[in-house]
Design a protein around this ligand. Sequence first.
Ligand code: PMP
Length: 400
Amino acid sequence: MNASAPVPSVLNLRPEAEQAPTSGIVDVFSYGRNKPGIIPLWVGEGDLKTPSFICEAAARSLSEGETFYTYQRGIPELRQAIAAYHERVYRKPFDPERFFVTSGGMPAMQIVFRMISGTGDEVLIPTPAWPNFAGAITISGARPVGVPMTIDAKGWHLDFERLEQSITPRTRAIVINSPSNPTGWTASHEDLRLVLSMARRHGLWIVADEIYSRFVHDPAFDIEGRTPSFRDVMEHEDKVLFVQTFSKNWAMTGWRLGWLEAPPALGQVIENLVQYQTSGTPVFIQRGGVAAMEQGEDFIADQIARAKRGREIVASLTETGLVELPLPAGAFYAFLKIKGATSSKDIAFRLIDEANVGLAPGSAFGEAGEGYLRLCYLRKHEDLVEAVRRISEALPRLVG
Ligand code: PMP
């Protein structure tokens, strides 16, 4: 439990590295990961393995000897397959030159912040937010500025006034994660237009993280199987950078495969940054990605159905009278407000000890998340039913 012990300054590290925060999710995960019988709902992944047709494509590539250095922007077949996927999902043409393969969504994000922010800059993030945004921004030398969202009985909302008031001459970008990890907040087209016009007025970049867009549960936000996107409202020349990943839709968290969507004019810069980051994503991993893009729709449909049912199961936690949960419109997380909770981290540790269930503490998602716990419901339904039972039994003791 001592994962956040400060690094001794005698080691003389860059302050940006030294100040990089330890993830509050990892803290709890490290504490409970080996407990027998634990139901692990803390990290952001489902419990299904990668489908075999994806694994087989990667294995074939390896056995055929595709083990050499490769294109920094990604193999042409994958860039083409990603463009075709976007054409299916967004129903308009996409140039493969807009897509750059990365070794996961996280490396895509690192490249983004290395391109657009550095020492002395600020980047706005509506919070609660996935902590890795702030981590990547800090490492780039810039300062993450959290802008708390508001909440009412209907759920979370962007506070546009507060967002605009937070812009200073140092601000370089706004991060918009919709559907959001952890809250499930999902932007409407109107929200996206307002953010876009704010960014245009102030000359800011938008970092769009729409990785959960296929997981849409609320019909009000469902546009033929995906949530509203900046792609629907932006012009070609708008300064929008999309980070993307194979991790969630195709159950490929351990593969480390993602992509960046950016104006083609940035191609050479991105290629250079990939060169000095990973020097290219392994070809055999990318072959798995091509199979996922071309044959993955049935699997995605199963995942979405699984998440929808999971969301219904965990909603019953409100019956304890100790939990508030505006139903998430998208993604696959329940962000539970625990009545009477003062330290979500304490409750998360005690739930491990006393209920054998692993949840992520809301405080890991910024100050605005204190008093909440995040539960990932993309899991086997029996596990979720049992987790709900255990949590409901333990909670009165923990907050009573
Ligand atoms: N964005 C969000 C909002 C996420 O929740 C995650 C993973 N938890 C990612 C990006 C990155 O995913 P990965 O690095 O696994 O591709």
